[in-house]
Design a protein around this ligand. Sequence first.
Ligand SMILES: [Zn+2]
Length: 124
Amino acid sequence: MHELTILQAIYLSLERVARQYGARRVVSFKLEIGEMANVVPELLEDAFKVLKAAEPLLKDARMEYEIVPLTLMCLECGYTGPWRDRTVACPECGSAIVRVIDGEDILLRDVELDVPEDHEEDKG
Ligand SMILES: [Zn+2]
């Protein structure tokens, strides 16, 4: 399942951040999911349940996500905006010389951690 693979990668980032701050739990996090990443929200929710059951760090975590539409920039006519007809070409002039400037990646944002108050800085 594509979505589980994505979340496992996200989990590795969360785990790294949690370790860095000495957190016991991840309270919540937010994903910005590019339209081009082809994530199915229902499958993402299912994958998150699987991961929550497996990883104590995520036991009570909340996941939010937002689908970021694909945005093109045309290098011929300067059009910047959403694609149309699911074709990666400029909707204004039809040029294929376009750059995707948003909507491809999956980004982790707004991670909230449960950090014990007596946590001391990691001494290495
Ligand atoms: Zn154009």
